[in-house]
Design a protein around this ligand. Structure first.
Ligand SMILES: C[S@@+](CC[C@H](N)C(=O)[O-])C[C@H]1O[C@@H](n2cnc3c(N)ncnc32)[C@H](O)[C@@H]1O
Length: 344
């Protein structure tokens, strides 16, 4: 039994209902400061970690995002007081890759990082090339926000259709899933939006945390744009998965044993980009581009590739480009969303 499982069994057995919503269990499994998967400090990603991200394939992803930031800065009229803001910067690798390639005079690089242990790891890698902020309210008048694989790491509620009602999955003290009525009015309101013509047993995730986060992005007090890269699906693709998309990663293996090795495996879901975009638009953000990562990055790289004029990419860069863009690797399952904000 993991340390977190022992703690959860104790906590659940003393809860008045003898149950905890799955979302609460997932939050503790990922973010408990001592026993959560992400709590104690940035884990290794890439070959020696549990999974790869676009960042762990090499520095090309950062170089391409530096080009995107420059393009967005130019669209704003090259303002002097400009910042890049990264959320979910982990060990600072993407920030380092972007800063190495960045060509925007006097641009600041701000990190939105709540965990002090991550701040320390970021400080060790990046020193005074970055500054930490507590919220987007501290951003300057013009900014470019970015995150890679952030909302897929937010805790989700699990709901299941029983043929007549959508019920929320809770966890009992034996660490089994148990259906029960929704634990909050916010969840009940989201459930109202779900279809009911599904087979009994259909299970899906609802990310209230993602909706709150999108609202925070939309109310950020700067002009500029927001870049979000993550694995995800559109709503119809989401509904075509009767077992949902929640999965566990450990040492490059993935499975659906979501209550096994709690705190020692990563738990993650695919983003429902349709829901993310609807929420963003209802709060005043505008979609500037949304596509599979392969197509998005290929378009973004086109002006740079044209400047190479017949010179080939070196083998390592070419390999990274293929990993990021090939449909069978990261090009199709990952999506890139760029949204804009005109006012404030
Ligand atoms: C899957 S990892 C991705 C790490 C990195 N961005 C990359 O692409 O390699 C998810 C990261 O999001 C961070 N995270 C989760 N919720 C966060 C939040 N509210 N604010 C900042 N970081 C958060 C986690 O600590 C973790 O470092």
């Amino acid at each position: 039994m993991t340390a977190l499982e022992a703690l959860l069994r104790e906590q659940i057995s003393t809860a008045p209902s003898g149950l905890l919503p799955f979302a609460t269990v997932m939050e503790l499994a990922l973010y408990h400061p001592h026993h959560g998967y992400y709590g104690p400090g940035p884990r290794r990603l890439g070959r020696s970690g549990d999974f790869y991200t676009s960042v762990s394939t090499g520095s090309l992803f950062g170089k391409l995002l530096a080009m995107l930031a420059r393009r967005e800065w130019e669209k704003l009229g090259q303002p002097a007081n400009f910042a890049l803001i990264e959320q979910g910067a982990h060990d600072g690798q993407l920030a380092e890759d972007i800063l190495t390639a960045l060509d925007i005079p006097d641009a600041r690089y701000l990190l939105l990082e709540p965990n002090p242990r991550y701040r320390e790891a970021q400080r060790q890698r990046l020193g005074d090339r970055v500054t930490w902020i507590e919220s987007l309210a501290e951003a300057p008048a013009h900014a470019f926000y970015l995150c890679n694989e952030l909302p897929d790491a937010f805790p989700v509620h699990l709901v299941r259709w029983d043929g007549q009602n959508w019920l929320e999955l809770h966890v009992d003290a034996a660490l089994n899933l148990v259906p029960a009525p929704p634990s909050s009015p916010e969840l009940a309101a989201e459930i109202e939006k779900l279809p009911r013509d599904l087979d009994p047993g259909h299970t899906m995730e609802i990310s209230l945390a993602m909706l709150t986060w999108v609202q925070q992005l939309a109310s950020a007090p700067f002009r500029g744009s927001f870049f979000i890269a993550d694995y995800g699906l559109d709503a119809e693709e989401f509904l075509a998965r009767p077992a949902g998309t929640l999965r566990r990663y450990r040492q490059h293996q993935t499975d659906d044993h979501i209550l096994a090795d709690l705190g020692e495996s990563d738990l993650t879901t695919s983003i429902n980009f349709t829901r993310l975009i609807t929420e963003a638009e209802s709060h005043g953000l505008r979609v500037l581009d949304y596509d599979h990562q392969g197509r998005f990055l290929t378009r973004l790289a086109a002006p740079w590739l044209a400047t190479l004029e017949g010179h080939r990419l070196d083998a390592a860069t070419l390999r990274q480009f293929q990993s990021l863009t090939h449909p069978a690797i990261m090009g199709r399952s990952f999506r890139c969303l760029l949204m804009g904000k005109e006012t404030h």
